[in-house]
Design a protein around this ligand. Structure first.
Ligand SMILES: [Zn+2]
Length: 459
């Protein structure tokens, strides 16, 4: 095994490597902001990162991979949500963290070894900001905020080539950030390390860095501080979706390298976005699907995972509901094939083309092609352990002994409650109409003496 990934900083495909003497591969992946359900575009990123995690485990051994993924549980969006719902910030973020974990579990994503939260690492962030102030890479503004001085770091822009882009766009980026912020920045490209408390922050505030006011950390510093705490000053691989490349990852590099004086990450990987029906996902277009939406349409989380893996991770993937039907068909084929496999007698060489494709910058379409070449050829030379090793890499749940237990979405549960009430009231016409509605949503309702259960309709 030798995984090669395109490195966004070196701008070439390179083998990943564990650079520390202990041989532990240090992997950091930017996590979600927990204020709403993650949508399937977010999950494309998390499923691709899970594929990376699995490939790393196959290469280095599961005990030699340390995977850290953070939770952003304080920022403008989480605070706004808590204010709108008149609930404490911690309650709102706990709710959405639990939902995120449930969705990740349904999609068979391995849990990271450490999942640090921004609010759990205020001290570490403040300490880092203090070092940046002492070293002259940061300054305090009159309102008590602290900013990173971008022109104090000569390598700024190496990852995103932002300086070249700025020249091309006629300094559009600088102009935009100056216009957007009527604050105390010395330069339009400087970014906040510490945000001074404002009345709309309510009771969300902590003691600030030396000489700064009470407030909260900026978004970028949390990843620098948490990766340092849990993985050390230099990590082996840092990943995220392309939209994090600038400014988030550029800023992480600036903060970490100025504070620590060490290379921050030896390898940077970015996956591309998901489109839905050829369009960017957005609330206004009504194409911003969550996992619950997909399940409500009658598809399984495993089919969604398969569909999300079907396109090359570094190319935009156009998701359609049809792709879920193809995914379900492919899974049915794989399950039937698996059920007929012998327990031993195969050769791992059979799967060499499959793994070669994954090692080649996660070429999932080629890997699935190689897998189905094996499947369509018949079972000679393939046994269960070798097949399951390939399926482990993809993270597909094929075990037919334990069928997926999907939880019915809220809309279906509401229909079921109504139908149960109608039946108790002996309004059988209404109950029958509701049963049809439930069936149309892809569920069947099983009545018992004392209640009902919902099962996903077959076929
Ligand atoms: Zn991050």
């Amino acid at each position: 095994m030798a995984l090669k990934l395109y490195d966004s900083l070196a701008r070439e495909q390179r083998p990943v490597a564990a650079s520390h003497a202990d041989g532990v591969f240090r992997f950091y992946n930017c996590g979600p902001t927990v204020y709403a359900p993650a949508h399937i575009g977010n999950f494309r990123t998390f499923v691709i990162n899970d594929l990376i995690r699995r490939m790393l485990e196959l290469q280095f051994g599961s005990a030699k991979v340390k995977h850290v993924r953070n939770l952003t549980d304080v920022d403008d969006k989480t605070i706004r949500r808590s204010r709108e719902e008149k609930r404490p910030l911690a309650e709102v973020t706990k709710h959405w963290t639990d939902k995120f974990h449930a969705d990740c579990g349904a999609l068979n994503c391995l849990a990271p070894h450490v999942e640090p939260t921004a609010t759990g690492h205020i001290r570490e962030q403040v300490d880092m900001i203090d070092v940046l102030l002492q070293k002259g890479n940061a300054y305090r503004a009159a309102d008590g905020s602290v900013y990173f001085k971008v022109n104090s770091f000569p390598n700024y822009g190496r990852l995103s080539r932002v300086k070249e882009r700025e020249l091309q766009l006629g300094s559009a980026l600088v102009g935009k950030s100056q216009a957007a912020d009527a604050d105390e920045k010395e330069d339009g490209t400087d970014f906040a390390l510490w945000k001074a408390w404002k009345p709309e922050d309510g009771d969300v505030k902590w003691d600030g860095p030396t000489g700064a006011g009470a407030g909260r950390p900026g978004w970028h510093i949390e990843c620098s501080a948490m990766s340092k705490k849990h993985l050390g000053e230099t990590i082996d691989l840092h990943t995220g979706a392309v939209d994090l490349l600038f400014p988030h990852h550029e800023n992480e590099i600036a903060q970490s390298e100025c504070c620590n004086g060490e290379t921050f990450s030896r390898h940077w990987y970015h996956n591309e976005h998901l489109l839905v029906d050829g369009k960017k996902m957005s609330k206004s277009l009504g194409n911003l699907y969550t996992l619950d939406d997909i399940v409500a349409k009658g598809s399984s989380p495993t089919a969604l995972r398969y569909a999300l893996l079907s396109g090359h991770p570094r190319k935009q993937l156009n998701f359609t509901l049809d792709s879920l039907h193809s995914a379900e068909k492919a899974l049915t084929t794989l399950r039937a094939y698996r059920a007929a496999l012998p327990a031993s007698g195969g050769s791992p060489d059979t799967f060499a083309p499959f793994f070669a494709a994954l090692e080649d910058d996660l070429n999932t379409p080629a890997a699935l092609g190689a897998l189905f070449t094996i499947v369509n050829r018949g079972a000679t030379g393939v046994d269960l352990p070798n097949f399951d090793r390939a399926i482990f890499a993809l993270g597909l749940k094929l075990d037919t002994a334990a069928p997926e237990k999907a939880e019915a979405p809220a809309e279906v549960k509401a229909l079921a409650d109504k139908r149960w009430a109608a039946k108790q009231a002996k309004d059988f016409a209404a109950a029958d109409a509701l049963r049809k509605e439930i069936a149309a949503a892809g569920w069947s309702m099983l009545d018992r003496k004392d209640g009902y259960s919902l099962e996903k309709a077959k076929g």
